[in-house]
Ligand binder design. Sequence first.
Ligand SMILES: [Zn+2]
Length: 62
Amino acid sequence: MKPAEHCPCGSNRAYSACCGRLHSGAENAVNAEALMRSRYCAYALGARTLSAVHLAQLNPPG
Ligand SMILES: [Zn+2]
């Protein structure tokens, strides 16, 4: 998807300004809501756009 498209998590913000920052590894989730959104967004986008490393960061053990 294009970075300027609305984020699939439903925040009504551009993907690049929302979960895209978390998925790219440029920023960590600041709270539980951000983490939940980023996980949902990653699921919605599918693994095709995300590396295994980034998925691991979004799904820490425990
Ligand atoms: Zn989002």
